[in-house]
Design a protein around this ligand. Structure first.
Ligand code: NI
Length: 202
């Protein structure tokens, strides 16, 4: 999910971050984090089925860290695996934009188990840069998911977090926020995207 200030970059770059282990072992002290380019609307993977996450190994942990890094690089508050071209039931969320380490959430095989209330706010998506629309979402959403180690957790989110839960789980079901917009607004966005695609700027 995109922030209000929707400046995105799809340039693949590599950033070095300090590694956690500074031990005397042969392990390098620097871990390479991969910044993935974000898949844009029109790519079939965004509307395709996704497979459950089954292996909770080091590779998955690295993928999650790369997804966080890619999301921060694009100034997003949520990123789902199809947005980096992977048909996996996996998403990351951080509504603090990297300011609070406790706000970092890995959602593997997530499902909504309860929701209540309603909120209407503008929503955006990193896969639809510069387009926004009003989408009604529940004010409170209780989620059940697994973290990067495979541990199941439940969490109740309110406001923006509840919205992010819904938005990212939608991605795993091939649903984009423009599908909630009125027909006129949705067609307008699609026409504008087609123009951008023709111009080679999408
Ligand atoms: Ni999105």
């Amino acid at each position: 999910m995109a922030t209000k200030d929707n400046s995105t970059s799809s340039e693949p770059v590599s950033a070095a971050v300090p590694g956690a282990g500074q031990s005397a072992s042969a392990q390098p002290a620097v871990v390479r984090t991969k910044i993935y380019p974000i898949t844009k609307y029109g790519a079939p993977v965004l509307e395709a089925r996704t497979k459950p996450v089954e292996k909770f190994d080091d590779e998955l942990a690295q993928l999650c860290e790369d997804m966080f890094a890619s999301m921060y690089a694009a100034s997003g508050v949520g990123l789902a695996a199809p947005q980096i071209g992977l048909g996996l039931r996996l998403a990351v969320i951080d509504v603090s934009l990297g300011k609070n380490p406790e706000a970092k959430l890995v959602l593997a095989n997530p499902e909504i188990i309860q929701f209540e209330g309603e909120q209407r706010e503008e929503e955006g998506c990193l896969s639809l840069p510069s387009f926004r629309g009003n989408v009604a979402r529940p004010q409170y959403v209780t989620l059940r998911a697994q973290d990067a180690t495979g541990k199941t957790y439940e969490m109740k989110g309110e406001g923006l977090l509840a919205r992010a839960f819904c938005h990212e789980i939608d991605h795993l079901n091939g649903v984009l926020f423009i599908q909630y917009l009125g027909l006129l607004k949705r067609d307008l966005i699609r026409r504008r995207i087609r123009k951008l695609q023709k111009a080679g700027t999408w």
